[in-house]
Design a protein around this ligand. Sequence first.
Ligand code: SF4
Length: 390
Amino acid sequence: MPSLIFRKGLDLKHAVAGMLADNYHSDIVERIKAEDYTYRADRLTVHLAREFGFCYGVDRAVDYAYQTRERFPDRAVFLTGEIIHNPHVNDKLRAMGIRFLSDAGERVDALGPDDVVILPAFGVTVALLESLDRRGCTLIDTTCGSVLNVWKNVRRYAEGGFTSMIHGKVWHEETQATASQAVQYGGRYLVAFDREETQLVCDYIRRGGDRAAFLERFENALARGFDPDIDLQRIGLANQTTMLMSESLEIGDMIRQAMIDRYGAESLDARYQAFDTICSATQDRQDAVVALLRDQVVDLMIVIGGYNSSNTANLARICAASRPTFHIADPDCLTSRDEIRHRPIGTKTEVSTAGWLPAQGPVTIGLTSGASTPDNLVGAAIARLTAFCA
Ligand code: SF4
């Protein structure tokens, strides 16, 4: 039996609104927004970025998850994996009895028509969707409209004979789902993480090269059967929605120039297409933190969000380019006025740093949070900072 799919919620928005507010709202954050995004207490000043925290896609996904629990209290409800990259939110959903198919012991092939499965904001691969559909599960699709927009462009590339080059993280669920769309529509894909990887692609476009070495270098980032001698002749560029805009633009320019160098400017339209698929929420948060850094004098920046959250990591990269920056997963990382736990930019390990907060005199902190971080965590961080500076 094919799946029943809910794509626009379950008509229970009002029923769960109170619960969502209890779990994620912050009075102190609302007050700071009303006071020109600035907070002062004793020697502490905090400047909040003017855009931060839950984006429209995350807001909707979490809302639908709560509605699902409300609508199906007696049925097993699953998430394919983390609904968003925030441990606090995922823990809340676990506490509500929602199970994660990514957990040990859970299996997609054990699901059946009585089971309800929530698809996350960043979407799922075509193969997983087909598998769930075959099992007749009830599906709650929270895939964000901005991700659907990426898929639309990738499909267009595939149908037009262009290889989709995705600026993204090959291990990220959204990029894997996007790549699967290219294959579904008969196309090829290649995932490039950064400028360095893009340079390798550009070198091959310009001069060809060692085919085997290229395939080995991009082993996990290519469609099956990818042939760089053929599949790099026509490229359509797309981005994971949460990448750094400035880097995506540079990557687009690099590919464009390589195509011109190899085939001439007159062939460019037939060889290269690009659509900016970074979502507006990501863009707004990046713009807001750039504005904060430009307009305020801050001693240090704190960026709050899951360590595996792509958009949070990119906010931290922007900050770290000009200020001491601490990317923390949650307020508990603010261990004391002497010690902070954080993940340095570009690393994969959390470390502790001593002496992070000026011990005396006025201290001004810039604060932002990723698109999957609820306001209550920002509020709790501000409360800790207040206590440290009292
Ligand atoms: S970060 Fe962008 S694409 Fe991802 S859920 Fe939020 S709005 Fe949608």
